[in-house]
Each structure stands twice: as structure tokens, then as C-alpha cells.
Design a protein around this ligand. Structure first.
Ligand code: MN
Length: 493
């Protein structure tokens, strides 16, 4: 899979030739200091390259085209130290194909009240230089992130980091390949979608892989290969079953899937319990293990959620990982309303309690008409989280993101044979669920304990996708009105 550590960002500083050599040298020196300060803050997950000071149209166009052609560059940060007439930026901005962050900062945090003179004023002009730049971005209808504040402020660094994560998610998205075993579950609507449009918008290459190839790969593994993986399971998990054959079969599925996906450079996949020809069990533990290792997954042929999970896992780079394929399963309508989320088997152990026990067991499954599958059970971490869904409205993709709080389950549920998560939707179950349903959100989501709605908003903005946010401030009638307004806007795009 793509090595995310190879990415970096570029920093282009706007100026012009009006000020003379000495001023431009000072601009360059200050810009270098800012980039060093950003890089040394320890708060940015990727490095920023040495800055380029651009003083005319050609230099700006060159800087943007170099960024486009640099495969390791995931985005461009722009700042106007001085005034930089924005007609000079038109060609460069029209050429730029990477995410853009407009950093509205200033070299000095405070005005040096005793020394300030007109030379100082002419050097430190971002207060109006960045307004000139902002106008041309708006005139060009450019999607971008604007961040205001001194470059040493923690809040500024955190916003840059957030945008970097969305940019890296977008870079990875352009290379994402998804393998599907089986088609969508029969008659299900929301897991469908226009794969061509998804590839145009997001870069996702979604391919079919016959389940027979998986069966062949499963059957061609040696017992020794399986033994080795079982030893890993024994180290990491509590094996709470005597049915070792069932666990070994899931280990075979995992090894076979990894082999097939590595051959195809795929990092997301889906299965369908209706299409298991030649398989002894529904993939359960195997899928959980694959998700734990960074693969995106969703059940029932749901390639959109599988790809979304793979992207979100990349956006979590360097954080404690915690994004799982999820399904709103059943409600606890008492206690102000909670959702119990799970799936048949495939809940991602990356959301488990840190150092919590993970148990492998084998239990019957009414769906799929196969032998009882091995699965991993665990208790999820608690804390602020988001549930994210991507739906195809026929004329566009819409991303729906709901803020939730993952809580301790109300009680042990000893008869429930799957990993599970309980959460409180914001502002409450009634408003959140009504808003979700009005927006057309799916029953499948990616639940993340590591990312926030703002990460997803930036990802949607970079990729030109509608973004809908359900949160603590959601008022259901205002929300309904906003969907009507959004429909008018997006339909005409
Ligand atoms: Mn499902």
C-alpha cells in the first residue's frame, strides 16, 4: 500500500517586484523562518518544503505546475507576506490541481509600537495582501481552506494539520483500488452507486473479483502458512473455542485475501453473504483482521463505504487508529436514546479499548447458509466520534456526517455474539435520526473515534462533494430547509 510518509506539502509566498531586492530577501528569510517553525512545532503530521517566493505570473504558474508534477506533494499552502496583485495568480491557480490552503498569517505577532514606520508597513501587508488573494480565489470559485492566526498558535497548527489529513486522504483516494467479491446485496438501494462518477470525483477504481479466485487462493495455501498466522492470533487474542478448524479457515481467508489484494494493489474490498460459492464460512475474523491492518471494508457489496473507510484510515495517519465499518443496528429508546451499532461479524478491532481483551469465538450465524464462522469480540473505546455515510443521489454524491458520543454499553449483553458499539447521537436520537433519514444517509457508515466532522468537511470540499453535518446545534426544521436549498445548488452544478 502507499507509503504515506513519502508525502509533503509546498509553501508559496506571494509578493511582487515593486519593493526592491532587499525587501524580497527579507520576505524569503521570514518565510523560511515560518516554515521552520511550522515543521518544528511537532503538530504537523507531514513536512512542508522550503518556501518559494513568487513575484510574477510566470513564477506562480511554474510553482503550481511543479507542485502538480511532484507526486510526493499532497497540497499547496499560500501566504501573501506583502501585497501581490492577484491577476498574477490567475494562471497558476487555474493550473493547480492540488488541495489549497490559504494561510492568513503575519511574521510578527505584535505591532512593534515604538519602531513601526512605513517600511515596516510595506513589508508586513498580509492583512490586505491576503484579501486581494482571497478575492481571486472566490472569483475563480476555488475550493480552499482559509486559516487565520499567528503561525505559532496551536489552533492554527491544528487547523493546518486537519487540512493536511484531508489532503493526504485525497491523494490516497486518487490511487485507491477496491475489489468486490459479489455484487450488491439483491434489492438493496443505498449501497448502489455510479462507479464511473465515483472514479471521476474521487479516483476510486472499483473492480469485480470472482469469489472463485478467492476459493482457489484459500485452497492453495499450505498448512504451514496457516500455522504461522494462528501463532500470531494466539499471541494477540484469547482463543475461546475448541473449533480450531473454524479459526484456521478464517486464517486461510485472511492469507488468501492479502495475497490477491497485494497482487492488485487494492486497499479496500467488499463481500456479499449471498455470493459465497465454494466457501465454508462467511468471512468474519478474516475481515476484522484485514480492517485492523488498514484495509477498508463493507459488507453486502457496499464499495462506497469500503472505500470511505480505507480513505479515513489514511487520514488517521499517526493518530491512534480507530475507524470501523459500522451499521446502526438497533435502538435503546430509553435513557434519552442510544444506538447499538454492530454488523453480522465485521466490526474493526481498531476501535477496541487500548490493551482491552480481544476474544476469538465460533458461533452460529443465521445468514449466509454456511458453517458457524469464527469472529473476534471486544469492547469499544468510548469518546467523541463521527458516523459518516456516502450516498449517490443520482446526480451527485452526498457525504453525511453525524457527531456522536460513544458510551459504555448500558449493560452486558451476554447473548450477543459480535463486537458492538453503543453511542449517543447529537443533539439527541430523535433529531439526529430524523436528520439522517431526511438526508438519505445509509444504514452502513464508517464510525471514527480519531477524526472529526471538520476532517470530512475538508475532504468533501477538496473533492467537490456535498457535505451535510448533523451535530449538537442541529435544528430539524433549519436542517430540512438546508437540504432543500442544497438540492437547488447542487443540481445545477
Ligand atoms: Mn450490512
Amino acid at each position: 500500500m502507499t507509503d504515506l510518509t513519502l508525502y509533503n506539502f509546498r509553501f508559496v509566498v506571494g509578493s511582487q517586484d515593486l519593493y526592491g531586492e532587499e525587501t524580497l530577501r527579507q520576505v524569503e528569510k521570514n518565510a523560511r523562518e515560518i516554515v521552520s517553525s511550522l515543521n518544528e512545532s511537532g503538530l504537523l503530521p507531514w513536512k512542508i518544503q522550503l518556501p518559494t517566493v513568487a513575484i510574477d505570473s510566470n513564477a506562480i504558474l511554474d510553482a503550481m505546475q511543479e507542485a502538480n508534477n511532484d507526486k510526493s506533494c499532497a497540497g499547496v499552502i499560500v501566504w501573501m507576506h506583502t501585497f501581490s496583485p492577484a491577476k498574477m495568480w490567475i494562471a497558476g491557480l487555474k493550473a493547480l490541481r492540488l488541495p489549497l490552503l490559504h494561510l492568513h498569517t503575519q511574521f510578527n505577532k505584535e505591532i512593534p509600537v515604538n519602531e513601526i514606520d512605513m517600511d515596516y508597513m510595506n513589508l508586513h501587508q498580509s492583512a490586505h495582501g491576503d484579501r486581494e488573494f482571497g478575492y481571486i480565489c472566490s472569483r475563480l470559485r476555488l475550493a480552499r481552506k482559509v486559516v487565520t492566526g499567528h503561525y505559532t498558535d496551536i489552533a492554527v497548527l491544528e487547523e493546518i494539520a486537519l487540512w493536511m489529513r484531508a489532503s493526504i486522504g485525497s491523494a490516497f483516494s486518487r490511487e485507491l483500488k477496491c475489489e468486490r467479491f459479489g455484487d450488491n446485496m439483491r434489492q438493496v438501494a443505498v449501497t448502489e452507486g455510479d462507479k464511473v462518477e465515483a472514479q471521476i470525483k474521487l479516483g476510486w477504481e472499483v473492480n469485480y473479483l470472482p469469489v472463485g479466485e478467492l476459493v482457489t487462493a484459500i485452497n492453495s495455501l499450505t498448512e504451514e502458512e496457516v500455522d504461522e498466522l494462528i501463532r500470531e492470533y494466539e499471541l494477540l487474542y484469547t482463543i475461546d473455542t475448541t473449533d480450531t478448524d473454524a479459526v484456521r479457515y478464517q486464517a486461510r481467508i485472511e492469507l488468501a485475501m492479502k495475497k490477491l489484494f497485494e497482487e492488485r494493489s487494492a486497499s479496500a474490498f467488499s463481500t456479499n453473504f449471498e455470493d459465497l460459492y465454494g466457501m465454508e464460512q462467511l468471512p468474519g475474523l478474516a475481515v476484522q483482521r484485514m480492517m485492523e491492518q488498514g484495509y477498508g471494508f463493507a459488507g453486502e457489496g457496499d464499495w462506497k463505504t469500503a472505500c470511505l473507510q480505507a480513505v479515513m484510515k489514511r487520514m488517521e495517519f499517526g493518530l491512534v487508529q480507530g475507524s470501523s465499518f459500522m451499521e446502526d443496528y438497533t435502538y435503546h429508546m430509553a435513557d434519552n436514546g442510544l444506538v447499538l451499532g454492530a454488523h453480522m461479524l465485521e466490526v474493526d478491532p481498531s476501535i477496541a479499548e487500548i490493551d482491552g481483551e480481544k476474544t476469538i469465538s465460533v458461533e452460529p450465524l443465521g445468514i449466509g447458509n454456511r458453517k458457524p464462522p469464527a469472529r473476534m469480540k471486544f469492547v469499544s473505546r468510548t469518546g467523541d466520534a463521527i458516523c459518516v455515510s456516502l450516498v449517490d443521489l443520482g446526480d451527485r454524491l452526498r457525504m453525511i456526517c453525524a457527531d456522536v458520543e460513544v458510551v459504555e454499553p448500558v449493560a452486558d449483553m451476554p447473548n450477543l455474539p459480535v463486537a458492538q458499539v453503543m453511542w449517543r447521537p447529537l443533539p439527541d436520537l430523535k433529531t439526529s435520526s430524523e436528520a439522517w433519514i431526511y438526508a438519505g444517509g445509509a444504514h452502513h457508515t464508517v464510525l471514527s473515534l480519531s477524526l472529526t466532522a471538520e476532517h470530512m468537511r475538508e475532504f468533501a470540499s477538496i473533492n467537490g462533494i456535498e457535505f451535510v453535518h448533523i451535530n449538537a446545534n442541529t435544528d430539524i426544521n433549519a436542517f430540512r430547509d438546508s437540504l432543500i436549498a442544497a438540492d437547488a445548488v447542487w443540481r445545477n452544478r
